[in-house]
Design a protein around this ligand. Sequence first.
Ligand code: NAP
Length: 220
Amino acid sequence: MATILVTGANRGIGLAIAKAFVNRSDNVIATCRSSSPLLAQTGAEIFESVDVTNDGDIANFSKALGNREIDILINNAGVSLRSAHEEQDWPAMLHQFNVNALGPLRVTRALLGILKPGSKIAIITSFMGSIGQNSWGGQYGYRLSKAAANMAGVNLSHELKPKQIPVVLIHPGYVTTDLTGGQGNLSPDMSAKGVIDRISELTMEGTGRFMHVDGHEIPW
Ligand code: NAP
């Protein structure tokens, strides 16, 4: 029985990941800002008031976990803000950077002490952060923040090699959640299954990779 930590687990892909791991009889630590009835129904252990932009929240959470070891850390919490002039909406860009790029870094750093050799880290990023696959532009804040999240993940992969902790960057597909306004071609459950498969396959050889949930590599 493994211990899995998922951020942003009250809805969407995070909720589906939490549910899937509970169904495998793993111990699931689900963090969120506020829980939801659907998350409560999963039977996961829920920690509320964990805003990934808030250092105090993360310090309190880390303290509450104490010495409990984490086998898999999934940095899932994320935000996509759309607005009429998003190409110059600096506050929205800064917020997305804070949540999507710094959030995974803050959470991971705070928990490094309870990640041991053989633990795994996933960051749910997006192909929208790929420079090589950017063929139509737009969504400045989201794209910039996810490109930065990718760099954070690669840096962590180098830093954590000596500790034998692999880090993978996973694009979850186009998933029918609030973030896409319900659009997409994958359900959260289907995406969660792929995320779990990719993490299960992850070894030190695959550390630092940027992958689609279907397993193919995405260009930086
Ligand atoms: P979602 O349904 O909108 O869920 C986003 C989750 O992130 C919610 O639990 C939300 O919590 C949490 N969150 C947002 N800001 C937070 C903060 N400051 N602190 C803590 N939690 C915060 O979106 P989703 O589609 O499941 O997205 C999950 C991840 O997949 C994100 O990283 C997203 O960028 C990525 N992704 C999604 C798609 C897609 O097609 N859906 C595609 C590519 C990548 P609240 O309820 O408190 O807001």
